[in-house]
Write a protein that binds this ligand. Sequence first.
Ligand code: ADP
Length: 434
Amino acid sequence: MKQQWRGGLVRRLLLLLGACLLVGVLSGQYAWTLVVGLAAYLGWTLWQLLRLQQWLQRKQVDEPPPDGHGLWGEVFDSIYHLQRRDQRARGRLQAVIDRVQESTAALRDAIIMLDSDGNLEWWNIAAEQLLGLKTPQDSGQAISNLVRHPRFKEYFAEENYSEPLELPSPINERMRLQIQITLYGNCEHLMLVRDVTRVHQLEQMRKDFVANVSHELRTPLTVITGYLETLADNVEGVNPRWLRPLQQMQQQAVRMQNLLNDLLLLAKLEATDYPSDSLPIQLEPLLTSIRNDAIALSANRQHQVSLEVEPGLSLRGSEAELRSAFSNLAFNAVKYSPDGSSVCIRAWQDAQGIHVAVQDSGIGIEARHIPRLTERFYRVDASRSSSTGGTGLGLAIVKHVLLRHRGKLAISSSLGHGSLFSCHFPAQAVQEPH
Ligand code: ADP
């Protein structure tokens, strides 16, 4: 093909030169005939160029190129084929994009693409229904301006997306959303949002059920313990055979009461995300009174409970909740360490925030149990904790209280060498002195 148009071109030029020479011989004006001949050829070439330009300008889909001879015909055809190929490739690409868009539009989960600064780039229809994003006004807006929940702002800023976040929807308080962010490419964010209202409602029903049952059991139990106490106070009128069962019934009634109290406290902690108060809490007096309670709990088991607190430390939150968390740790240290051993309660502050730690030199915990210790009713050894009167809810309460105060619990322990339970509170939870 290439050879063909090359041959045609050479032939045409030779023909033109030959014709010019012939006319030159006849007229005796070689130079002029050559100039006229070449000018005619140039004119023809410019005309072809003009046709090409006009065709490209008015080109509608599939309109064939103008007829051309030789090299120009070849140029027209090549451009036409290139354009057809490009069109087909674009068509295929568009079909893929359409399919992806159709399938993401059909998804009930929201997909949102954010740039590295957290500005909206693209989202599907579900994102409009779940988060109230508006197309196209919200394009380029910062996601934290559209989802204004403080928990989301913290979660987004922290850039630790290993766990999903659950929030009420910004457009409907009753809709519960689960948000999961993944980083990709150049620190861009892919945000997936699921409607978990139904699961949340079921979870809420379970919590309400436990709270209601605990509440309802309280009154009959108070009556039973009341009568048991009256009987215990009048032992002289009781058949001696019944003394031991009576004692055991009293012990178990106290255990049940502790259990109900812990269940109700947990239900209360789970009902909201934040502490019931946001007051400055001095740690020194709080931990001193917890230390005294721990000594009282130890009684004649003679534990050495020491306290090392930097003076003036203060956290923001609820005193009752923090007291409950720290005393659970201190009481566990006493309960699970041998008579006369030492327990140390420490509190200090550094650049990361405030830390409260309870260390004992007791029986310790095997490493495989540590990740599960904060689960409700998880016990390392059932017989061990029933003998200490534990409810199995203590560490679950600690975990919840810390979560509400933005803190974290760290546990390190080795069997037979004691345990260290540390509560780390970030700088935001610290109350600065005025
Ligand atoms: P419990 O009311 O049974 O003490 P917790 O939730 O407070 O429940 O603790 C869960 C389990 O963790 C306990 O059953 C106990 O086996 C173990 N544990 C907690 N604290 C300590 C500790 N300081 N030393 C050894 N084991 C501990």
